[in-house]
Write a protein that binds this ligand. Structure first.
Ligand SMILES: C[S@@+](CC[C@H](N)C(=O)[O-])C[C@H]1O[C@@H](n2cnc3c(N)ncnc32)[C@H](O)[C@@H]1O
Length: 242
C-alpha cells in the first residue's frame, strides 16, 4: 500500500535519508522567464569563483564542527562571495542579516570603496548565535539597518540606497507574501545601475509560486548555491529598452 501511495505521489519517499528534507515541486522551464546571456555568464563565472573561495577566515566565527560557510555546493556562502568577486558591486543590499554569516561572506570579496547594507528587524547585537563583531563595522563598508523594506515608509526612507544597489540578496521571511512585496518594490524602483537580485529558498513550498511568477530574466542556480533553492534575477533593462 505504501509503495503504491509513494508511486502515485500521495506519500514522500520514505527512505530519503537526509539531515533535513522538505516537500517541493518540479515544473517545466521552457514556459517561464528565461535567463539573459548576462545571467548565464555571471552564474558560470560566479560558480567558478566560488570554487576557489574557501572562506576559511570565517572558521573561527562558528563553534567547532560547524562549517556552513565552507559547504559548497549546498550552502550559498561561497557563491555569494563569488557573485561579489565577479560583479564588483559598489552597493550591496542584504535583506535578512540573522547571524551575519552571509553578510561576512558578501564582505569577503567586497571592494575597499564599496558598501554592504544589511537589513533585519532584529539588531545583530541581539541575534542569538551572531557571528558578527564590532570590528566588522569599523572600516565603514558594512552597516546594518533595522527596517522592513517590504513596507512603503521604510522603502521610501531608503529609496536612494535601493536605487544605488548593484546586488541585492533577499533572505528574509519566505512566507509567500513578503517576497512578492519585495518584487513589487523592485519593479517600482528606478535603479541607477543594472542590479542582480538573489533570492534564497526558491524551492521551498511557499516560495515556488512567487519564483515561478518572476517575469524578468532569471536563473535557478540551486546546484551551485543553497540546497533549498538559489535564484538569480536580472534587473538590467531588456535589449531595446532604456
Ligand atoms: C534565514 S534568516 C537570514 C540568514 C542569513 N542571510 C544567512 O544566510 O546567514 C532570515 C532573517 O530575515 C529577517 N527578516 C524577516 N523579515 C524581514 C524583513 N522584512 N526585513 C529584513 N529582515 C527580515 C529575520 O529576522 C531573520 O533574521
Amino acid at each position: 500500500m505504501r509503495t503504491f501511495q509513494y508511486r502515485y505521489g500521495v506519500l514522500g519517499p520514505s527512505r530519503l535519508a537526509a539531515r533535513h528534507a522538505e516537500p517541493s515541486m518540479i515544473a517545466s522551464a521552457d514556459d517561464e522567464a528565461r535567463p539573459s546571456p548576462r545571467l548565464l555568464a555571471l552564474a558560470r563565472d560566479a560558480a567558478a569563483a566560488a570554487e576557489a573561495i574557501a572562506l576559511e577566515h570565517l572558521d573561527e566565527r562558528l563553534p567547532p564542527g560547524e562549517r556552513w560557510h565552507r559547504v559548497w555546493p549546498g550552502e550559498h556562502y561561497r557563491l555569494l562571495a563569488g557573485l561579489v568577486e565577479v560583479l564588483r558591486p559598489t552597493a550591496v543590499l542584504e535583506i535578512g542579516t540573522a547571524t551575519g554569516l552571509s553578510a561576512l561572506a558578501l564582505l569577503a570579496r567586497l571592494g575597499a570603496d564599496a558598501r554592504l547594507v544589511t537589513f533585519d528587524l532584529v539588531s545583530w547585537r541581539e541575534y542569538p548565535g551572531t557571528v558578527l563583531r564590532e570590528e566588522d563595522f569599523e572600516d565603514g563598508r558594512l552597516t546594518q539597518e533595522l527596517d522592513d523594506l517590504s513596507a512603503g515608509p521604510a522603502a521610501e526612507k531608503h529609496r536612494a540606497l535601493l536605487e544605488s544597489a548593484d546586488l541585492i540578496f533577499v533572505d528574509a521571511a519566505k512566507d509567500g507574501r513578503q517576497e512578492r512585496a519585495f518584487l513589487d518594490r523592485f519593479e517600482r524602483t528606478s535603479f541607477r545601475g543594472d542590479p542582480v537580485v538573489v533570492f534564497d529558498d526558491i524551492r521551498q513550498w511557499k516560495m515556488l509560486r512567487t519564483w515561478r511568477e518572476v517575469a524578468r530574466p532569471k536563473l535557478d542556480l540551486t546546484s551551485f548555491g543553497h540546497w533549498s533553492g538559489t535564484g538569480l534575477v536580472d534587473y538590467a533593462p531588456a535589449a531595446g529598452q532604456t
